[in-house]
Design a binder for this molecule. Structure first.
Ligand SMILES: Nc1ncnc2c1ncn2[C@@H]1O[C@H](COP(=O)(O)OP(=O)(O)O)[C@@H](O)[C@H]1O
Ligand SMILES: [Mg+2]
Length: 241
């Protein structure tokens, strides 16, 4: 497997990078490094994902002065690397799934998360279309004193409800999956968004049901439970859990 050392050892540009920590990542290599005495995140894209790197770069450039997202320090097109600031906080996925964090604190964060999406959608919307984050999972968010969004490789034109339902599916399907607390947080999340942007999203339950099915391709071992809840939510809606 490719590792961050393959980049730092073979490349003069990164030879002084001190690797502190490697993050969980599905596709790319993402690490916290000290570079020229500064804390940085280095995101090394797999060779086939150059287009995604450019998308992420463009979105961050256009959004970082207004939105809670990182700042890009450098794009290295030769090596497929983005260098951004390191946001020191806790991954939202770990907080939401921590049984020692109170439900009221989780609800507070989920409301901030809905506000983050509202700000993101507003920032990039034009008369004709919306841009959506495109990979709305809890792991792509960090909490410091506020919520920060990351990972804009999949950002594209789309319907805001895709982000909102996708995030609901992420809330419901991270361990512990589908318990009553998760349903509560899921409802809190989309209700807050509905409240901020009345009329902007419709048929949320159907979209959540669809998002759950879409997850099967990444999580074949959970196919049965994903199908089961997809069907239940389509029939009864999330309100009845
Ligand atoms: N700027 C950053 N500050 C702090 N942590 C980050 C930053 N960028 C990424 N991470 C961490 O690295 C993980 C993977 O990065 P991400 O951009 O989501 O890559 P991937 O596209 O491979 O999922 C994130 O889930 C997050 O925990
Ligand atoms: Mg990610």
């Amino acid at each position: 497997m490719r590792d961050i050392e393959d980049l730092t050892k073979s490349n003069k540009k990164y030879k002084d990078a001190l690797v502190q920590n490697r993050f969980k990542s599905k596709k790319n290599i993402v690490a916290y490094v000290i570079l020229n005495n500064k804390p940085r995140v280095l995101k090394w894209f797999v060779p086939g994902l150059k287009r995604q790197m450019k998308t992420e770069y463009d979105i961050i450039k256009k959004g970082s002065s207004k939105l809670n997202i990182p700042i890009i320090h450098e794009i290295d097109e030769k090596n497929n690397v983005l260098i951004m600031n390191y946001i020191i906080g806790e991954n939202l996925c770990d907080i939401i799934n921590n049984k020692n964090v109170t439900i009221s604190e989780k609800q507070r964060l989920i409301i901030l998360l809905a506000q983050w999406f509202f700000d993101f959608h507003n920032h990039f919307k034009t008369k004709e279309k919306f841009l959506i984050h495109g990979d709305p999972t809890l792991r792509n968010f960090i909490f410091t004193d506020r919520i920060w969004g990351l990972d804009f490789e999949e950002t594209r034109t789309g319907k805001p409800v895709e982000d909102i339902a996708g995030m609901c599916a992420s809330i419901l399907t991270t361990e512990p999956m589908f318990n009553s607390e998760k349903f509560q947080l899921c409802k809190k999340f989309y209700e807050k968004y509905l409240n901020l942007a009345p009329g902007r999203i419709n048929n949320v339950d159907n979209e959540i049901s669809f998002s759950l099915l879409q997850k099967i391709q990444w999580r074949p071992n959970d196919e049965e439970i994903l199908r089961k809840y997809s069907k239940l939510i389509r029939k009864k809606g999330t309100k009845n859990f």
